[in-house]
Design a protein around this ligand. Structure first.
Ligand SMILES: [Zn+2]
Length: 297
């Protein structure tokens, strides 16, 4: 057999290149209202400034998952408002509860306000896979949010009858994860029937956390001083690989008074601010272009 014929026989057909979404493209397709963290924080601070929230007298409280990939958003907020009060635990649930909220309320500067930011998180890895993230120093992407993924697996097994529902914990050993799983149980059918369970999981977690946070705020407002305004901000953090910005999907942006009564729904304002900034960018660009033309002539 000729050498060339042998090469022909053993030639491996070229694989069709897989068509994958970039992380940003995937985020835009599954969470179309997502803002980059930077845009979200800029728009948030701008919008709240119109309602009397100054950088020096605003205290930020967060309820975000323990996972280290979630700290970037808090760092961005720190540039505006300083260190935050942490209420959150596994999967982003506000496990600090009423006690944490009341303690935070007592730390608000005189004549100041507070921002309560809560929500679950979900990764989108370099292949555009939702529910995974590329972590520093690790070859393969892994589950993100890991706590939520484990809880969803528990819910799936309970719904199938493969395991019994866990009793509420009586010791702290792994109490938070047990609560995450049991709080997610009512969403079992919704998750099982979802077109994309990996996208539905943070949405279900968000609903559960919004309900819990509303009950905490309702119980905790007795500790909030008069004239204090509470910006209640909820949404989903989206963690992406290095080199791609992380995102926040705003889903609640309410302004509350010190009793927890809603003063305004600011969601629209949040997105209008972004549009206004784009318009301003265009105006500056046009002015610069005009100046260049003027000097050239
Ligand atoms: Zn997590």
């Amino acid at each position: 057999m000729m050498k060339n014929e042998s090469a022909e026989l053993t030639k491996i057909p070229a694989l069709e290149p897989a068509i994958k979404d970039s992380p940003s493209e995937k985020v835009a397709s599954v969470f179309p209202t997502a803002l980059t963290n930077a845009a979200f924080v800029d728009n948030l601070t701008f919008a709240l400034h119109q309602h009397g929230f100054s950088n020096d007298t605003t205290l930020v409280a967060t309820s975000l998952c323990c996972d280290e990939v979630n700290r970037d958003l808090e760092k961005d907020l720190k540039h505006a408002y300083g260190d935050h009060f942490s209420m959150g635990g596994l999967a982003g649930f506000p496990f600090g509860g009423v006690t944490a909220f009341c303690a935070m309320a007592h730390h608000i500067p005189t004549n100041g306000n507070c921002i309560v930011l809560f929500g679950p998180h979900v990764g989108v890895d370099s292949d555009g896979v939702v529910g995974k993230v590329n972590r520093r120093g690790r070859l393969e992407s892994g589950a993100c949010c890991g706590s939520a993924t484990a809880a969803a697996d528990y819910v799936h097994r309970v719904c199938r009858g493969d395991c019994a529902e866990h009793d509420s914990p009586v010791e702290a050993l792994d109490a938070q994860q047990t609560f995450v799983g049991n709080i997610l149980l009512p969403y079992g059918t919704r998750l099982a029937e979802a077109a994309d369970p990996a996208v539905e999981l943070p949405l279900a977690l968000y609903d559960a956390q919004k309900d819990l946070m509303a009950r905490i705020v309702a119980r905790g407002t007795s500790a909030v001083g008069e004239n204090v305004q509470i910006a209640l901000v909820g949404g989903i953090q989206v963690n992406t690989p290095a080199g791609t910005p992380d995102y926040f999907v705003p889903m609640t942006f309410d302004l509350l008074d010190h009793k927890g009564e809603k003063l305004a729904d600011l969601m629209d304002t949040l997105f209008l601010v972004r549009d206004n900034e784009n318009e301003l960018t265009w105006i500056i660009a046009l002015v610069m272009y005009g100046l260049v033309i003027f000097y050239l002539l």
